[in-house]
Design a protein around this ligand. Sequence first.
Ligand SMILES: C[S@@+](CC[C@H](N)C(=O)[O-])C[C@H]1O[C@@H](n2cnc3c(N)ncnc32)[C@H](O)[C@@H]1O
Length: 285
Amino acid sequence: MTKHSDSSAPGVAWDEYVLGYKDEVIHMTSHRSVAREGAFVMPLLRPGMSVLDAGCGPGSITMGFSQVVAPGIVTGIDADAEQIIRANILARQLDLSNTSFSVADIYQLPFDDQSFDAVFCHNVFMHIANPEAAMDELFRVCKPGGFIAVRDGLGSFDQLCQVSMNGVERPFSDFMRALSRFHGGIPDIGVHLKRVLYCSGFRDIRPSSYNEIYHEPNDLMMLRSWFQPVLAGTFGERAVATGLMTRGELDNVIAKMQQWPTDPTAISIISWIEYIAWKPRPGTP
Ligand SMILES: C[S@@+](CC[C@H](N)C(=O)[O-])C[C@H]1O[C@@H](n2cnc3c(N)ncnc32)[C@H](O)[C@@H]1O
């Protein structure tokens, strides 16, 4: 497992995030919203609730909770200081006085036991190496009678467009999944989260799922803008250095991705699994 520390956030170490923090990736997560990524939790939110968004990234989903639960408090945490700075600036611009963001590690949350009515965690578990420890920590800060809403990839990177390696058509997914594992991630975490939730003590676990389909040229262009920087940057270099792919394969893959938007046969499906689960009150089974 590779660990990464940020000198701007002393004391915080975390599993290296496979997509990295390139502007293009932050651009992707900044376009996430409660309307789509948070829709499964919205019917449960009420004014006055306290909400934690763990691994909030740039906070675009988090800030969607602010009006719904006001005057309740919304707190976003992330291990990456740069994203937290951006989130705090945006929250101030939007005058969200009930919302704050801080740098913290999901494995050691700086909150008392039973602090939050609702805990939200989106697309974080597939990027961390010890989901059980993280879930125990989220359980600890959740109030009895409160709930967690967790959403992650269902077989992440499973059905992305084809690329060619050594002249052979192969799913780009194979490479992304290998890269994710190499960096300590668990691309198949989605289907295991029910067990992880149960083992931490959550009960009344309710799953649902959601598919995103990318096949129009604009969709494929967007998809390419998320994945190309991964390959063209440090992660592609490491993939070559560690033998995950040869230099020639890397160049071929990048070239093939260039064609996704104009390939009339290209299609990618990104599948998500969503779980709502409750922390029992004392005395309930
Ligand atoms: C794919 S992003 C998702 C961000 C946001 N939840 C969203 O869906 O837009 C994963 C986030 O998890 C954060 N992360 C990874 N390991 C972490 C840890 N140990 N503690 C806190 N955050 C972590 C990363 O910094 C990154 O912002």
